[in-house]
Design a binder for this molecule. Structure first.
Ligand SMILES: Cc1cc2nc3c(=O)[nH]c(=O)nc-3n(C[C@H](O)[C@H](O)[C@H](O)COP(=O)(O)O)c2cc1C
Length: 186
């Protein structure tokens, strides 16, 4: 697998979420079949699976490299395939890595409007790291700058708290009804 700082940042956030008791699944849009992605072949099994994965999620942590002052084209190709309300009811935490500080607002001016257009329930504050803040440590691991590590901790904790709060609200809305109280009328 190609070394990718943004993927490693995502993995780091996933591990933090797991540590807080959440289950997560990985989805690497760079690994999806390009032909199916670019030709919008909804019958492709890998694509179908990836779209179902998003549909089933309560929250989506999305990570991208900054390419030409915006998020990556492959991410856009994938987002283009989601239904118009494909993020409805979901929390989204955007992450990005970029070569310099110059494009640190790329997530906010480029990606956030798309996530909102897809009806995301709430897009949490974005987290941007420069390459200098995400150093390679050996073959696969990363060493994070302390400030970035703290921002990820904070972002993931906020996401976790929001998820738990949302579950409590939906539990309150849909309290189980004992069978003895069920009445049917025709
Ligand atoms: C084709 C290309 C375009 C890039 N454009 C930008 C850019 O406009 N601004 C920036 O800050 N970094 C830019 N970079 C640097 C990457 O965003 C940065 O190295 C990032 O961490 C790569 O993430 P990845 O390892 O997950 O692919 C570019 C890199 C490539 C390969």
């Amino acid at each position: 697998m190609a070394r990718s700082r943004s993927t490693q940042l995502l993995r780091h956030a996933g591990e933090k979420l797991a540590h807080l008791g959440h289950r997560y699944r990985k989805l690497n849009v760079r690994d999806l079949p390009a032909q199916a992605l670019l030709h919008v072949q909804f019958d492709d099994p890998a694509l179908r699976d990836a779209l179902a994965q998003v549909a089933e999620a309560e929250a989506v942590v999305v990570a991208t490299p900054v390419f030409k002052a915006a998020y990556s084209g492959v991410l856009k190709s994938f987002l283009d395939l989601l239904p118009q309300d494909g993020l409805a009811g979901k929390l989204v935490l955007p992450l990005a890595t970029g070569g310099s500080q110059s494009h640190m607002l790329a997530l906010d001016y480029a990606l956030r409007p798309v996530l909102s257009a897809l009806s995301a329930k709430h897009v949490l504050p974005s987290i941007y790291a420069t390459d200098a803040q995400v150093q390679w440590d050996g073959d696969n691991g990363i060493l994070l700058d302390l400030a970035i590590a703290a921002r990820i901790d904070e972002g993931v904790e906020r996401l976790s708290a929001s998820l738990i709060a949302l579950r409590e609200v939906s539990d309150a809305l849909f309290e189980p009804v004992p069978f003895s109280q069920v009445r049917c009328s025709v």
